[in-house]
Write a protein that binds this ligand. Structure first.
Ligand code: ATP
Ligand code: MN
Length: 460
């Protein structure tokens, strides 16, 4: 017996009794029959159930309404209607939970802004059902890619006392009484009285801890929540998001770029293969051509250019940019899009950025000016992955930290890694929600995570 509607929709007409459980999307009455569409989130389509009014109590038919939950049993028959090939001739029906008329999801199309306010019900819509199925496929693909390639899944801590490169503003974790904070003699907060005996925060990246495991298990990856107190109201930033951070020992930047390209192509292919119906839906209702861009990314070898080369290409075009470029400045998303959409017409990996716009741990090039960083840029999005070869030379790292005013004692164990059997190693980070935005074409990052957290918003 089939119990998910996705499977039931594949069944040929037969005398076998099947059971469908789900929520009623629509109900249509005629004189003799009642049509209901039952959806259970297993796919976009619902199962059409047809009830012969003569066989059912009028009160039961009346109690069916949009949003109610039902168990329907019957035979699969060829459909008379044009919208589906089969339907269920319902023989018994139980309304498990009725649904009154104030149900917020009515048949019309709701805006994503409205649905964000009803975040506890939005998975019952086509859009959010499709997004969440794709999210699930991608999460599974992340694990299968790394597991198939012999990477070890490492869970780095969420509470941390080390600040990874100041990657973003941090949320503090404390059990101190905020109404009456203990102070030291010189008037500062006395963190020795706090839970951990020192100041602690939610992690902004698991990279530094990931490096310690890569230099033991060779290839590792993390996949978990990350927190940044981003005080910005953009469509690309959340305060709580998921990040994937692989780290490979005995691996230089060249290997890092190969892994990043293979990885992206693998997860995009998994979605195209497993969520064809959802992808067709995004192409029709969210972003025309979104499937084509994924196919294009999968089929093209990524273009490579150094930051210096990128600036040479961009500088003559400065009049078209809001932020003109010159060597030394950050490449922003308008430039990233120009490089991918106009110049290369495919994803581009930019390498060897100026040291001053990148993090302290990136390996210094012999020119003393640039570091072995790489960003993967994708058409219509810009940066999707950021990574680097790490500085594995103890003396060079120490010198770089001194230059930036970072205290060695704050990074003592990170420095020790460069003392005890150091080795070239590299890694990268992919923001999971950014990747889902890219795949689905969904504009706002708040719509690709079940319960978004951002400035002034922590509902549900
Ligand atoms: P941005 O410049 O967009 O803020 P970033 O340079 O701070 O990004 P990294 O520190 O390199 O980003 O983080 C690695 C990845 O995590 C990014 O490439 C991006 O995909 C994702 N990411 C960063 N900040 C956020 C956020 N606030 N919400 C969701 N994803 C994020
Ligand atoms: Mn940021």
């Amino acid at each position: 017996m089939q119990d998910r509607i996705k499977g039931i929709l594949q069944l040929k007409p037969s005398d076998e009794i099947v059971k469908a459980e789900g929520w009623v999307r629509t109900k249509r009455d005629s004189k003799n029959v009642c049509f209901i569409e039952i959806n259970d989130g297993s796919c976009l389509k619902g199962l059409q159930g047809v009830l012969d009014k003569e066989k059912f109590d009028a009160a039961l038919i009346d109690s069916i309404s949009t949003g109610c939950s039902v168990i329907a049993e019957g035979r699969i028959v060829a459909s008379q209607g044009g919208n589906q090939t089969t339907e269920m001739a319902v023989e018994s029906l139980t309304v498990v939970g009725t649904c009154p008329a104030d149900y917020p999801l009515q048949k019309k199309r709701h805006t994503v802004e409205f649905l964000r306010e009803k975040a506890y019900l939005r998975p019952r819509t086509n859009l959010f059902g499709a997004i969440m199925r794709v999210r699930s496929t991608m999460a599974y693909a992340v694990h299968s890619f790394f597991q198939e390639n012999g990477f070890v899944y490492v869970n780095t801590p969420l509470i941390s006392a080390s600040d990874c490169e100041g990657a973003g503003a941090q949320f503090q974790v404390t059990t101190l009484n905020l109404e009456n904070v203990p102070k030291t003699e010189d008037g500062k907060v006395d963190y020795s009285k706090d839970f951990f005996g020192k100041m602690a925060n939610l992690t902004v990246s698991g990279q530094l801890e990931g490096e310690t495991y890569a230099t033991a298990l060779k290839n590792i990856y993390t996949f978990g929540p990350t927190f940044r107190a981003e005080n910005s109201n953009t469509a690309r930033h959340l305060a709580e998001f998921w990040m994937i951070e692989p780290e490979m020992a005995f691996c230089t930047l060249e290997g890092d770029m190969e892994w990043a390209e293979k990885f992206l192509k693998y997860i995009f292919s998994a979605v195209l293969e497993k969520n064809a119906e959802d992808m067709a839906f995004f192409s029709s209702f969210v972003l025309p051509g979104v499937e084509d861009t994924l196919h294009h990314v999968i089929d093209s070898p990524f273009e490579h250019m150094t930051y210096t080369e990128a600036i040479k290409v961009l500088e003559p075009e400065n009049s078209r940019f809001e932020f003109p470029v010159k060597w030394g400045v950050e490449i922003q998303s308008e430039h990233e899009r120009f490089l991918t959409e106009q110049v290369a017409k495919r994803p581009v990996i930019v390498t060897d950025y100026p040291k001053d716009i990148k993090a302290f741990y990136m390996k210094m090039n012999d020119d003393g000016k640039t570091v072995r960083a790489m960003d993967v840029l994708a058409p219509r999005l810009g940066e999707i992955i950021g990574g680097s070869e790490r500085e594995y030379r103890h003396d060079v790292l120490l010198a770089r930290m001194a230059e930036l005013g970072l205290k060695p004692e704050d990074y003592w164990w990170y420095l020790d890694l460069r003392k005890y059997g150091t080795v070239p190693h590299s890694g990268f980070g992919l923001g999971f929600e950014r990747a889902i935005q890219y795949v689905t074409g969904v504009q706002n990052i708040r719509d690709v995570i079940p319960y978004p957290r951002y400035v002034k918003s922590c509902d549900y």
